[in-house]
Design a protein around this ligand. Structure first.
Ligand code: ZN
Length: 90
């Protein structure tokens, strides 16, 4: 299975079972990884890779979320997959 599809499915499952919050994150930090585990795929984010850090929503455990770029993108894509999109556009 292509990795993108795997990540997309994992993101969807994580949202469904509450492992990841359904939020459109606005405040993120980017930086190089420090070997912390990715909140989506569970693999370490190495120092050669960019890490995206997202603060937990207020009702979360307060640890924050960390993602690879690709995992962050898959998560945000799934977050926007439900409900009406933003008004306007085409
Ligand atoms: Zn990841």
């Amino acid at each position: 299975m292509p990795r993108g599809l795997y990540l997309q499915r994992t993101a969807r499952e994580s949202l469904a079972n509450g492992r990841l919050p359904r939020v459109h994150s606005q405040c993120i930090w980017g930086g190089y990884g420090r070997g912390d585990l990715c909140s989506l795929c569970g693999e370490p984010i190495h120092a050669t890779e960019v890490e995206f850090e997202v603060p937990e929503p207020e009702d979360g455990p307060g640890t924050g979320l960390k993602f690879h770029i690709t995992c962050y993108a898959a998560w945000q894509l799934e977050c926007g997959d439900e409900g009406p999109g933003p008004a306007g556009g085409t």
